[in-house]
Design a protein around this ligand. Structure first.
Ligand SMILES: [Zn+2]
Length: 373
């Protein structure tokens, strides 16, 4: 399809090419992703009724008034039709088996979701609808599209009533029939036979908007790619944990448990060590450079009447005090050094890439009077 560029608008991360009326499937219509393809050989990422979105680095060759060639990516169209048809069958299975209605549908580049009006869903329910959907897919039912007049609508047993707006406009209604299993009004892309979908896999569910369940699913190649990814992860885990998949969960659980025991032992030894060190302290001003856990444990072990504690980990300084004012320290520090963070009188935290512990020590010694109290 040849079109003329009417206007070019540059945004921060992309460029919009306005091309007048475009006869493609736009993004977001009916919850479906739009067409993908090429404009003068450059892949585009989003398409609407009158414009195409391009990545910034691909725009230098375009100018207003230029005639361009737009081609559709048919592999993408096929992919979309597989996801969309799978959604019809899944929604029908949920309606059939669980009396649940689909109230939302979103198709993404990686996965699709439907929202159903069932507040919670069990493993068994997922298995039931997943099996049912896959049985319909295997049956290789024909998918027929019929444009019908509103008066003939009662001839079809529609799963969902037709959108009010469509009825008001008195336009022809596009009915997608999957064998005799499901009839729905829909304008999107669909396969010719359900066998083309191959397989559907439900990968996740979550509660949304209070009383709905969101079901994440993959169909066709997406499901197979996901399965391969999982197989690779499982194989790596099996090697790493030296066990078969049946024992993976147990093995991880026992490692977590073991780790907990070791952590508690470590904490006990650490606290004993810190307790000794804190008791041996003679100076009021204490500098410690260590990891965050050690710094925090050390800080909380200090019981002196008057002290200033400064712990350093990477480029972060943790301050706490009694008888010294952390806020004053940070305010003064900010005048001389490039620091981020803040403090109250007793506690503070600053980040700085220019400040090292010796500089900090000199700074404190030079400002002892100003930071007291
Ligand atoms: Zn559809």
């Amino acid at each position: 399809m040849k079109k003329k560029i009417e206007k070019i608008v540059n945004k921060d991360i992309e460029t919009l090419l306005y091309l007048g009326d475009l006869d493609f499937y736009p993004d977001g219509k009916g919850g479906q992703l739009g067409d993908r393809g090429y404009i003068n050989g450059n892949k585009f990422k989003t398409i609407y009724n009158d414009k195409i979105y391009l990545a910034l680095n691909k725009t230098s060759q375009f100018h207003e008034g230029q005639e361009v060639e737009i081609e559709v990516d048919y592999d993408w169209e096929k992919e979309i039709s597989v996801q969309h048809s799978a959604q019809h069958i899944l929604s029908a299975a949920i309606f059939d088996e669980l009396s649940g209605n689909t109230v939302g549908f979103q198709m993404g580049d990686d996965y699709s979701t439907i929202d159903i009006d069932i507040p919670s869903i069990s493993k068994e329910m997922i298995e039931l609808i997943s099996n049912k959907t896959n049985r319909v897919i295997e049956s290789n039912l024909p998918v027929n599209i019929n444009e019908i007049n509103i008066e003939d609508i009662d001839k079809y047993h529609l799963r969902k009533p037709v959108n009010k707006k469509v009825l008001e406009n008195n336009e022809d209604i596009r009915i997608v029939s999957i064998g005799d299993y499901d009839h729905s009004a829909c304008g999107g892309y669909h396969v010719g036979n359900t066998g083309e979908i191959g397989v559907l896999s439900i990968i996740k569910t979550e509660k949304v908007k209070g009383n709905l369940t969101r079901i994440y699913f993959l169909a066709g190649k997406r499901a197979i790619d996901f399965y391969m990814k999982l197989t690779n992860i499982t194989n790596d885990l099996k090697k790493l944990l030296t066990c078969d998949e049946a024992n993976l969960l147990k093995r991880v659980e026992s490692l977590i448990e073991d780790n907990k025991i070791q952590r508690n032992k470590y904490k006990k030894i650490l606290n004993e060590k810190i307790y000794k060190e804190v008791n041996a302290l003679e100076d009021e001003i204490i500098f410690v450079e260590d990891d965050e856990e050690y710094i925090k444990a050390f800080n909380s072990a200090i019981t002196s009447e008057k002290y200033l504690f400064i712990g350093k980990n990477d480029d972060t300084f943790y301050l706490s005090s009694r008888g010294y004012n952390c806020k004053k320290i940070v305010d003064l520090l900010r005048k001389e050094y490039d620091i981020k963070g803040g403090a109250g009188p007793f506690k503070g935290q600053v980040k700085s890439s220019v400040l090292d512990i010796d500089t900090f020590k000199k700074f404190i010694n030079g400002n002892l009077e100003a930071i007291s109290g």
